[in-house]
Design a protein around this ligand. Structure first.
Ligand code: HPA
Length: 270
């Protein structure tokens, strides 16, 4: 894994002369964020050695390199989900690559279902902690100390400093934000009513199918990490009757302008 990561990093460094400080994983609801970037290079995933091969036809995926203000960033346009059939090592491979391209701070976004009664469709939730309910762990297997320690401290997976800064920015820009605990399930089914209830009982505020593995691997390598979620549906009797992928995308799109402003400012001030 170490050699593969370094090979990929060398390829990218040879191709482009660019060392990003911020990494951003664009989930549903932040796809348009690439419009906020002054783009310098775009590398389609299929051109990058060792990147997971997309099994989805017409799947667009690329690493986008550019600047926001004076900050250099790399954004993942499209992520790899465990439910697509990738192993956890594949799902998290790009995060390892970002680290050795120079990234120090990782921003991860997603869409999720809300179980906290204060949330509405379109609510922006700053992730303050997570519960890993994925069936495979990205750090399972022999540990390579060059990446990080065998036993990773997960007492503060989401940077308290970045959370504070994001809340300050939200207040200044009059963007309503919540904070909450994200629970990761493998999907691809949306939850049953009883599963949403379980999520709530377990102590989470929202539930989704991504983010947790990426954040674990980021913390393994000591990246400072910030996570944000758009609530695209509510896990109650009324809403789950109609939940669909289209509904998720539509709800995410509505919240996108505000989330973009928030993330942009977080990077500019970072
Ligand atoms: N559950 C899981 N993943 C999701 C949801 C949900 O309700 N909404 C968006 N992604």
């Amino acid at each position: 894994m170490w050699d593969k990561v370094q090979e990929t990093v060398s390829y990218i460094k040879n191709k482009i002369n660019f060392s990003p400080e911020f990494g951003v994983i664009l989930g549903s609801g932040l796809g348009g964020f690439t419009d906020d970037i002054i783009i310098e290079y775009t590398l389609p995933y299929q051109e990058i050695p060792n990147f997971p091969i997309s099994t989805v036809e017409g799947h667009k995926g690329a690493l986008v390199f550019g600047t926001i203000g004076s900050k250099k960033i790399v954004a993942m346009q499209g992520r790899f989900h465990f439910y697509e059939g990738y192993s956890m090592k594949e799902v998290t491979f790009p995060v390892r690559v970002m680290k050795y391209l120079g990234v120090e701070k990782l921003i991860v976004s997603n869409a999720s279902g809300g179980v906290n009664p204060r949330y509405k469709v379109g609510s922006i939730v700053i992730i303050k902690d997570h519960i890993n309910f994925m069936p495979e762990h990205p750090l399972r297997g022999k540990n390579d100390e060059r990446f990080g320690p065998r036993f990773v401290n997960m007492s503060q997976p989401y940077s308290v400093e970045m959370i504070c800064k994001a809340k300050e920015i939200a207040q200044e820009l009059s963007i309503e934000v919540h904070d909450g605990v994200y629970l990761g399930l493998q999907g691809p089914t949306f939850e049953t009513l009883s599963e949403y209830r379980m999520v709530k009982i377990l102590g989470a505020d929202c539930v989704g199918m991504s983010t947790v593995p990426e954040v674990i691997v980021a913390r393994h390598m000591d990246l400072e990490t910030f996570g944000v979620s758009i609530i695209t549906d509510i896990g109650d009797e009324a809403s789950i009757l109609t939940i669909s992928h289209d509904e998720v995308l539509e709800a995410a799109k509505k919240a996108e302008p505000q989330l973009r402003r928030l993330i942009k400012e977080l990077i500019v001030r970072g």
